[in-house]
Write a protein that binds this ligand. Structure first.
Ligand code: FES
Length: 171
């Protein structure tokens, strides 16, 4: 009797994007926690983003194949969540909250100071690829408004004078 070799399926999305095997495993583990595979969609997107810093187009199809749902459903989730990046970003992402508490407590000065210190506006990345600046809805840190987030760290209240010291921590 011949021994059978276990078959491995490589998940490849459009654009030749190939899902890292460890990421596929992590997604399948995540799926096991839910009755509906689409419930694991946001986590699957975060898994890809942790590896690449953003979610390339090809990853949408690859995630859809792992979850067994349509690419449009994955794209819908990716578009809805502002913390999922669909374009390349810098090494660090600065998210400035522009929701009501922050808006009323100095958001505008804070944003202007960031624009001036980084030399970029929303949706742009510094020439050295160090920072990308983006707006974000309420970070849930309203008692520390005005607030911002750099990568996974939330800060508030932040004044324009705090910015040089804060940014220095993200080389
Ligand atoms: S409104 Fe800015 S953190 Fe809530």
């Amino acid at each position: 009797m011949m021994a059978t070799t276990p078959q491995t399926t490589r998940i490849i999305g459009s654009d030749g994007f190939e899902l890292h095997p460890a990421d596929e495993t992590a997604m399948r583990k995540e799926m096991a926690h839910y009755e509906q595979p689409q419930a694991a969609c946001i986590e699957a997107l975060k898994i890809v983003q942790r590896r690449y810093g953003w979610v390339p187009d090809g990853a949408i199809g690859a995630i859809a194949r792992v979850l067994g749902i349509g690419p449009a459903a994955v794209e819908g989730v990716a578009t809805f969540y502002s913390l999922i990046f669909r374009q390349p970003v810098g090494r660090h992402v600065v998210l400035v909250c522009d929701s009501s508490s922050c808006f009323l407590t100095g958001f505008d000065e804070l944003k202007q100071a960031l624009v001036s210190q980084l030399g970029i506006d929303y949706g742009q990345t510094t020439e050295d690829a160090r920072f990308t600046l983006l707006p974000v809805c309420c970070l849930g840190a309203c008692d520390g408004a005005p607030a911002l987030m750099i990568d996974d760290d939330t800060y508030g209240p932040v004044s324009p004078d705090d910015l040089p010291g804060l940014l220095e921590g993200y080389p």
